[in-house]
Design a protein around this ligand. Structure first.
Ligand SMILES: Nc1ncnc2c1ncn2[C@@H]1O[C@H](COP(=O)(O)OP(=O)(O)OP(=O)(O)O)[C@@H](O)[C@H]1O
Ligand SMILES: [Mg+2]
Length: 224
């Protein structure tokens, strides 16, 4: 059983795409897998309650059906940072509740892939951040680097924080989120030499990216 927490250098860098690709790659090698998006802001109302697009995609990629509330215990309507969305909803994000959802899912599949929200040090409340959740779950981290101007600094700071927090950085994925990033080659050289974890793959810029194509870019045998 191995779980992975997928974080990113920022919001909108491809965490959901890479989480789905990772789930598909695990499935392709014959493993069972389910996913979680424990905290999601930007949800739409349905008759069953608030639902989030990332969470539903992740749910759809799983090998077993799981109750939405376990996959996404904290769903907020406002598309803002988790602590702000929680404040607006009058809710406090309780890490214990996420841990107990994770425990209920544990054992339902060989792997659980958990997509974070925003980046590594995103606050959940005045006294906790997303990285505290990962410490509580005690699982390795996969870092998605969205290739664009400024990504080296964001990537190195994030990798450094993950390691300083005594978490395992199982690998990182370079995701080409813009059609044309002129410094890609030199950025990749710096990132590969400075991130102390294996590069699991490079995902090219493809509009309407298919999950199967993302999974083909990832080499799970490199996971640390
Ligand atoms: N390699 C790529 N090629 C083309 N488009 C991409 C690529 N990766 C991501 N995108 C697009 O960029 C957007 C952001 O991707 P994604 O939703 O995976 O990011 P995220 O980090 O999960 O965002 P959030 O912080 O909102 O959860 C999406 O519209 C997605 O389709
Ligand atoms: Mg996402």
């Amino acid at each position: 059983m191995a779980s992975f927490f997928v974080t990113g250098t920022d919001t909108e860098v491809g965490k959901t795409r890479v989480s789905l690709g990772l789930m598909r790659a695990l499935r392709n090698q014959g493993s069972s897998v389910i996913g979680m998006k424990p905290i999601a802001s930007g949800c739409h109302r349905t008759s069953a309650g608030l639902r989030n697009e990332d969470a539903e995609l992740i749910r759809g990629e799983g090998t077993s059906e799981i109750p939405y509330e376990l996959l996404n215990p904290f769903a907020f309507e406002e598309a803002v940072a988790p602590h702000a969305a929680a404040e607006k909803a009058g809710v406090s994000i309780d890490i214990d509740r996420i841990r107990s959802a994770y425990k209920s899912l544990y054992g339902l599949a060989e792997h659980i892939v958990i997509e974070g929200a925003g980046g590594w040090r995103v606050p959940l409340s005045a006294s906790s951040s997303l990285s505290d959740l990962v410490a509580e779950l005690n699982i390795p981290v996969v870092l998605v680097v969205g290739l664009r101007l400024g990504c080296i600094n964001h990537a190195l700071l994030t990798a450094e924080s993950i390691l300083n927090d005594n978490r395992t950085l199982a690998g990182w994925v370079a995701n080409q989120i813009t059609e044309d990033y002129p410094f890609q080659e030199s950025s990749m050289r710096v990132l590969t030499s400075k991130i102390a974890a294996p590069l699991l793959g490079e995902v090219p810029y493809i509009e309407n990216l298919e999950v199967q194509n993302i999974s083909r870019c990832l080499d799970l045998s490199l996971l640390k």
